[in-house]
Design a protein around this ligand. Structure first.
Ligand code: ATP
Length: 305
């Protein structure tokens, strides 16, 4: 069963959403709203010859002055590493994800990529480095093509088609009433939640960032749609650094390492096996997710907590 979800919003709503969310840092807002004219070609952005390490050093963050939600995060992400971030609701997982993606700037400490603070990267380089995939705001009013090409307006029809094909979306998109010219977004042709997500993923394929931060990208989907999307996502994740926040389709045990965030701090960091053996907070979380299941079932997407 396909769940139809109203993911379709107009650009003004999106802008207002951003303004609402970005209570700090007009620099961040400017970055999100700007469109880079001369981004590197996809191949250049996707290739990672020597790799770029992301270093998070004593990062603090407050949305509202005096009310800190992250209290000194230290973390090093090696190129190509897959890190899962888990922890209780409100612990600061999404906030950390947004900082890693350059949406917000730390109020203390630094995040560097290849030694350069994220805040010093021009927008085109920031976009080539890292992208945030969240469950909100995937589709804008416009054609399917425009929705994919918006990150690279000069991409051309062939690269848009390739990006859609890479995430298994080309066939259904071509079957829409006007094919790739069909208007989607608010008031346009309705899309399922999975289709909207695929459009967002095709956009990512075209943008080709080194690092992806996935924030609950499938939580609006039923398990079957989530599993279908996992295949699409695999094409996007390949060869990239991935930070997955409490993700159903990117099970923690598939990650190279897991970071447990509790009350704005990383309280555990290690491989799935190490943390299960340590029998701490992660082991409890894992048991609550998988307590009723057999070992063979652990390939299933994580249940909602
Ligand atoms: P969940 O798993 O429920 O999504 P989380 O671990 O991702 O939680 P965050 O969403 O990062 O947690 O929230 C951390 C803290 O920051 C919470 O206390 C939350 O209320 C607060 N917070 C989150 N977003 C904002 C915002 N835009 N403005 C002010 N406070 C916020």
């Amino acid at each position: 069963a396909v769940v139809y979800v109203q993911l379709l919003i107009d650009p003004l709503d999106r802008l207002l959403g951003w303004l609402d969310e970005l209570q700090v840092g007009t620099a961040s807002l400017a970055r999100l709203l700007g469109v880079a004219a001369d981004e590197p070609p996809v191949a250049a952005a996707a290739a990672r010859p020597d790799g770029t390490r992301i270093e998070v050093r004593d990062v603090h963050f407050a949305y509202v002055p005096g009310r800190e939600v992250l209290h000194g995060i230290d973390l090093t992400l090696e190129p190509g590493e897959r890190l899962a971030i888990v922890g209780p609701s409100g612990a600061g997982k999404s906030t950390l994800g947004r900082l890693l993606a350059g949406v917000h700037e730390p109020t203390g400490g630094t995040i560097t990529v290849g030694g350069t603070p994220l805040r010093d990267l021009p927008l085109d380089q920031l976009r080539a480095e890292v992208a945030l995939v969240s469950q909100e705001h995937h589709v804008f009013i416009g054609s399917v093509s425009d929705n994919v090409a918006m990150v690279r307006p000069d991409a051309g029809a062939e690269r848009v088609r390739s990006a859609l094909a890479a995430v298994d979306a080309l066939d259904w998109a071509l079957a829409l009433p006007d094919g790739l010219a069909t208007t989607v977004g608010a008031g346009g042709h309705p899309l399922s939640a999975a289709q909207a997500q695929q459009i967002a993923l095709a956009r990512l394929v075209l943008a080709g960032p080194h690092t992806l931060v996935l924030d609950e990208a499938t939580s609006l989907l039923d398990p079957r749609a989530a599993r279908d999307l996992e295949r699409s996502l695999a094409a996007v994740l390949h060869g990239r650094t991935v930070v997955a926040i409490a993700h159903r389709l990117f099970s923690a045990h598939d990650a190279d390492r897991v970071a447990v965030v509790e009350d704005g701090r990383i309280t555990e960091l290690g491989s799935h096996d190490e943390l299960v053996a340590a029998n701490g907070p992660y082991a409890s979380l894992w048991r609550s997710w998988h307590g009723e299941r057999t070992p063979e079932d652990t390939d299933e997407p994580l249940a909602d907590t």
